[in-house]
Design a binder for this molecule. Structure first.
Ligand code: NAD
Length: 97
């Protein structure tokens, strides 16, 4: 059950990733590094450098990992993945922990 954290190399995103890994929950990061820092992401966390607007990159991530849900730190929304469709479907906004 892997969670995708967009903006995971940013301030909030990197803390979300740390919280997941501290609880033993796998996480994967996508970040275009426009304001984030690669060093904010642990080396053992899979990271993809690119934009969430790059559909092919997202397809690659969803191929490489079984994504249970997405934390979009920039908008502070949590979206749960639809296992049947293999895509994300919006759920009501959730406040950050
Ligand atoms: N930091 C705070 O204290 C705080 C408090 C309240 C709300 N927020 C909100 O939380 C959100 C994140 O804040 P932050 O401080 O973590 O910002 P941040 O700039 O540190 O993190 C944002 C991350 O998103 C990445 N990013 C930007 N556009 C991208 C794209 N198209 N594709 C992939 N990655 C992309 C950036 O490179 C960066 O790593 C913002 O919306 C901010 O307004 C932050």
């Amino acid at each position: 059950m892997t969670w995708l954290v967009t903006g995971g190399a940013g301030y909030i995103g990197s803390h979300v990733v740390r919280a997941f890994t501290a609880d033993g929950i796998p996480a994967v990061v996508i970040d275009d590094l426009s304001s984030g820092h690669r060093s904010f992401v642990r080396d053992d966390v899979p990271s993809y450098v690119g934009s969430v607007l790059q559909r092919e990159l997202l397809d690659q991530i969803f191929t490489d990992h079984t994504i249970a849900g997405v934390v979009a730190s920039r908008r502070l929304q949590v979206r749960r993945a639809s296992r049947s469709a293999g895509r994300c479907t919006p759920t009501p906004k959730t406040s950050p922990a």
